[in-house]
Design a protein around this ligand. Structure first.
Ligand code: FAD
Length: 466
């Protein structure tokens, strides 16, 4: 079999790249080692985590806020098996959707491990050991990432688990210890805290979601504390031991004291590492960097001329929409076009409640770069919309250039900011000033008014509703 392009890996990077290649008239194949398409994101990442976040949020609201809304319920309980079952159905729907897209675009799907024989030939080995050879002109590597761990932690997948197992638990933990205060830990910790678990977070840094603007971590910590989270910040995990039913963690604080934390589950969520196992990169002359990522140039081309790489397996944010943008980009590069990605404008979202969303530079980054900036914030509690829904935790912070007023960064925490951040991305893509947004009509009452008000605050401190 001979193809113009072969994509290895069917996550959001890989399947989107395959669709765009097919749209551009290339004969395209995609190889996926798992039985279902969609990669981490659709099978064990973005989608199942959001399904459980939604279900647990309904339960939390039913137990905590319905009464205030004048809705009384009795005998409320969680059917956890059904909750997991619904999540599985959602996953089946979306992965089935990718099957449909492959058929619609006449992309040949090969299930099995893709491995380079040389730069133009790939071997696909399926679960029964059967081998199929594919000849290809160009290849796009989109093999994604896997959960990272620490050398002394043995992930037994029963009590000491990664996000993958946390999405298929058979019971609600009594006490879940989360190692790592990043996005995945805060999201999955929220799921179980809402369902009644005690959640303890052990984080080496002094803040949670440390890569985001510091204000966001501070505000999110307050909100999660209300949900019952306990934080051990500035604590370095030095030992993790599991038995059949318990897990014990030892963590060292800044004073050198050792704290013991006992739970029944330990979620290790310290980040993800690029996945290249079994790819046979050496047979194709594809180089990796010192962090195990595939090295690419500004066209996402690897060290071998006709081989490209995208998504989590290359440098940059490990996000589904970043992988998708790169998928389209690379297909168009192969087609001889000159596409563009503005990496500064890839938004980041944490789907806790309140949600956190951001785009552009953080205040810390601006300070470090020495750029003169001004800042404007607007609190959710001053919004009519937030009052109506009782979602008053949160704020929007806008950072703009001191002289030109161009928006340089937008950081939001509050209800529905995951969707609201798109307005900031558009504004920044068109290099809008804070004044531009401040003068645009935003429907009332909506949460989006907080962005407009924060822009008013950033330009001569003229927010109207505080
Ligand atoms: P992946 O989605 O990892 O797909 C790679 C695919 O390649 C896999 O299916 C793998 O089986 C296959 N593969 C690997 N090697 C081979 C081989 N040799 N042959 C054949 N197939 C192979 N991102 C967001 O933007 N928003 C979110 O809300 C979000 N939530 C997340 C929640 C969790 C719990 C996790 C774990 C991740 C989340 N992410 C989220 C991150 C997101 O899932 C990844 O950034 C995204 O999936 C990366 O896409 P990718 O195409 O690079 O790789």
């Amino acid at each position: 079999m001979k193809y113009d392009v072969t994509v290895i890996g069917s996550g959001p990077g890989g399947y989107i790249a395959a669709v765009r290649c097919a749209q551009l008239g290339m004969k395209t194949a995609i190889i996926e080692k798992y039985n279902t398409l969609g990669g981490t994101c659709l099978n064990v990442g973005c989608i199942p985590s959001k399904a459980l976040l939604d279900s647990s949020e309904h339960y939390h609201n039913a137990t905590h806020t319905f009464k205030d809304h004048g809705i009384e319920l009795s005998d409320l309980k969680v059917d956890f098996k059904q909750m997991i079952e619904r999540k599985t159905q959602v996953v089946n729907q979306v992965t089935g959707g990718v099957d449909f897209l492959m058929k619609k675009n006449k992309i040949d799907v090969f299930h099995g491990l893709g491995s380079f024989i040389d730069k133009n030939n790939i071997k696909v080995t399926d679960g029964d050991g059967k081998e199929t050879k594919i000849e290809t002109d160009k290849t796009i590597i989109a093999t994604g990432s896997k959960p990272a761990s620490l050398p002394f932690i043995e992930i037994d997948k029963k009590r000491i688990i990664t996000s993958t197992e946390a999405l298929v638990l058979k019971e609600i933990p009594k006490h879940m210890i989360v190692i790592g205060g990043g996005v995945i830990g805060m999201e999955l910790g929220s799921v179980y805290a809402r369902l009644g678990a005690q959640v303890s977070v052990v984080e080496f840094m002094d803040d949670i979601i440390p890569s985001m603007d510091k204000t966001m971590g501070k505000e999110l910590k307050k909100a999660l504390k209300k949900l019952g989270f306990q934080f051990y910040l500035g604590h370095k995990v030095v030992e993790v031991k599991g038995t059949a039913k318990t897990v014990t963690i030892k963590a060292e604080n800044k004073k050198g004291e050792i704290v013991d934390i006992k739970g029944d589950y330990c979620l290790v969520s310290i980040g993800r590492k690029p996945y290249t196992e079994g790819l046979g990169l050496e047979n194709a002359g594809v180089k990796m960097d010192d962090r195990g990522r595939i090295e690419v140039d500004e066209h996402l081309k690897t060290s071998t001329d006709n081989i490209y790489a995208i998504g989590d397996v290359v440098k940059g944010a490990m996000l589904a929409h970043k992988a998708e943008e790169e998928g389209v980009f690379v297909a168009e590069v192969i087609n001889g076009e000159k596409p563009h990605i503005n990496y500064n404008l890839i938004p980041g979202v944490v789907y806790t409640w309140p949600e956190v969303a951001a785009v552009g530079q953080t205040e810390e980054q601006l300070k470090e770069s020495g750029r003169a900036y001004k800042s404007g914030s607007f609190p959710y509690r001053a919004l009519g919309r937030a009052r109506a829904s009782m979602d008053i935790d949160g704020l929007v912070k806008v950072l703009a250039d001191k002289e030109t007023d161009e928006i340089l960064g937008v950081h939001m925490i509050g209800a529905r900011t995951a969707d609201m951040i798109a307005e900031a991305v558009v504004a920044m893509e068109f290099r809008a000033s804070a004044e531009d947004i401040a003068r645009m009509s935003h429907a009332h009452p909506t949460y989006t008014e907080a962005f407009k008000e924060a822009c008013l605050a950033a330009t001569d401190n003229r927010a109207l509703n505080v």
